[in-house]
Design a protein around this ligand. Structure first.
Ligand code: ADP
Length: 474
């Protein structure tokens, strides 16, 4: 494909040149010839008419001598480079500028017929075989007493007209060659701006097609081709990134599945072969149960993530009271909080605060944030959940005074499977998927989530939601 595009353009270029040549050689040639013939005939006709009305009619009226008229015709012959005749309607030659006066031997043009010109005033040919080569012969009648007495005929060699036509055509050919060479500029532009960048793009697509998504190329133009190149390169980098993500994801999933499975297997084997005595079975079965719970949670989170991605996050939006959702979730954590002596303080704006969102998914967000806050809080501390309304948005904040997040981990907490070193001791069941699910849900709503945290002091997660336009309850 690459080679033929260039060849096609070259072919088009030469076809352009070839047709240009044919057109000059045919149309331009015949048009120039026609124009020169008509032009010459016009000016000769004017001369002929002038002679017919002056010397020639004087001659027929016997007001001047044959000699005087002959001299005038001879002068004009040299001036016009033409042969001038005065001829009777019968075809008898009265005067010929190219021959001396000879009254005795008169010349007669056999078959002379002045109507040969039909509607025009000139004819082309050898004038009833009077010449060896073709002539342009212009007729002007000499009239006196309303009768045609004779004709002034001026013969001009066609070879002269053909010669001037050829010299004009030479100029046309020269112009055509100059134009053809100039149009090479288009060819150079095409090569530089279309062909070479396109070749680079094709090479890149071949590389991508063979799986080398990290192949880099650059097109330094800001036109459509440059845009195409940039888009392609961006697409490849995105595919490469998602491939890398995919690999990382699979590696993380296998790792997260393997460690609980290994410990479950280890404990069960130890119980079976008696390494763990029966009286300790309950303790180790509880650990095994915890590990299976972790696996269940991991599977659940993976399924949620998968659904979020495949559906392009299809939201079932409804109109509901966020305060009520928060109260219900806080109540469901009561047991866990009591065990750790943690208090949840709700600072909610108004009795009811209606928003427009996917209730199930927002419940999951609040659940994840509160679950983390409890997990990473010290005993005897307070967790505050606050709702505020500002600029048509509802802001929900979940704030704890727990272990906090190290500064360099702040950006990473949203990544799938990320668990900070600090949290590992506190949260053995964590999957590192909660916050990435949370962020995807909030972003699908077109909203934002942020975290403010200081290590050893505590963390605050804040996200926004759109206020509902309707003011009745759900
Ligand atoms: P997990 O489900 O394991 O808790 P998350 O994605 O919810 O995973 O959280 C990722 C990491 O972010 C946690 O392992 C922890 O290090 C950190 N993190 C999240 N919330 C808090 C918090 N409230 N306080 C301290 N660290 C937190």
């Amino acid at each position: 494909m690459r080679k033929t595009l260039y060849l096609k353009f070259l072919l088009a270029y030469f076809i352009f040149g070839f047709f240009g040549f044919i057109i000059v050689a045919t149309f331009v040639n015949s048009m120039t010839m026609e124009h020169l013939k008509r032009d010459e005939a016009d000016s000769l006709y004017k001369e002929a008419t002038l002679i017919a009305n002056t010397y020639a009619s004087d001659l027929y009226n016997n007001e001047t001598s044959l000699d005087t008229v002959k001299k005038q015709l001879d002068a004009l012959d040299t001036y016009l480079s033409a042969n001038l005749w005065i001829i009777n309607p019968s075809g008898r030659m009265v005067l010929n500028s190219k021959a001396p006066l000879d009254v005795e031997n008169e010349t007669v043009i056999e078959g002379f017929d002045p109507t040969v010109t039909e509607n025009s005033y000139y004819t082309i040919g050898n004038f009833w075989e009077s010449f060896d080569e073709d002539q342009l012969s212009v007729f002007a009648p000499i009239t006196s007493d309303y009768k045609v007495r004779g004709y002034v005929v001026i013969h001009y060699p066609m070879s002269n007209i053909v010669a001037s036509c050829n010299s004009l055509l030479n100029i046309s050919y020269l112009m055509l060659i100059i134009l053809f060479l100039l149009s090479m500029i288009i060819l150079i532009f095409f090569t530089e701006m279309v062909y070479l960048p396109l070749r680079r793009i094709t090479e890149a697509t071949e590389q991508y097609a063979s799986g080398n998504m990290h192949y880099e190329f650059q097109i330094d133009s800001e036109d459509e081709i440059g845009y195409l190149g940039a888009t392609l390169s961006y697409m490849a980098s995105e595919i490469a990134r998602s491939e890398d993500d995919q690999k990382k994801f699979v590696a993380n999933v296998s790792h997260d599945f393997r460690s609980p499975l290994t410990s479950i297997k280890g404990y069960l084997e130890a119980m079976l072969d008696g390494t763990i005595p029966p009286e300790l079975h309950e303790k180790y079965l509880t650990i095994v149960l915890n590990e299976t719970e972790r696996l269940t949670k991991l599977t659940g989170s993976l399924l949620t993530l998968n659904n979020l991605n495949t559906k392009g996050m299809l939201l079932e939006k409804s109109h509901f009271d966020i305060n009520r959702v928060i109260r219900n979730i806080a109540a469901s954590f009561e047991g866990t909080c009591r065990k750790k002596a943690i208090a949840i303080e709700l600072i909610l704006t108004g009795d009811e605060l209606f928003i427009e969102a996917d209730i199930g998914k927002i419940q999951q967000v609040i659940y994840n944030l509160l679950d983390n806050a409890i997990k990473f809080s010290h005993p005897d501390s307070i967790i505050k959940i606050e709702t505020t309304e500002k600029h048509n948005k509802v802001f929900v904040s979940v704030k704890d005074s727990g272990i906090g997040i190290p500064k360099d981990a702040l950006k990473l907490i949203w990544d799938r499977f990320y668990k900070s070193d600090l949290s590992r001791g506190k949260d053995k069941k964590g999957t590192g998927l909660g916050l990435s699910i949370t962020k995807e849900i909030i972003q699908a709503h077109g909203e934002h989530i942020n975290v403010i945290s200081t290590e050893g002091v505590g963390s605050e997660f804040i996200f926004s939601l759109p206020v509902s336009d309707e003011d009745n309850d759900d």
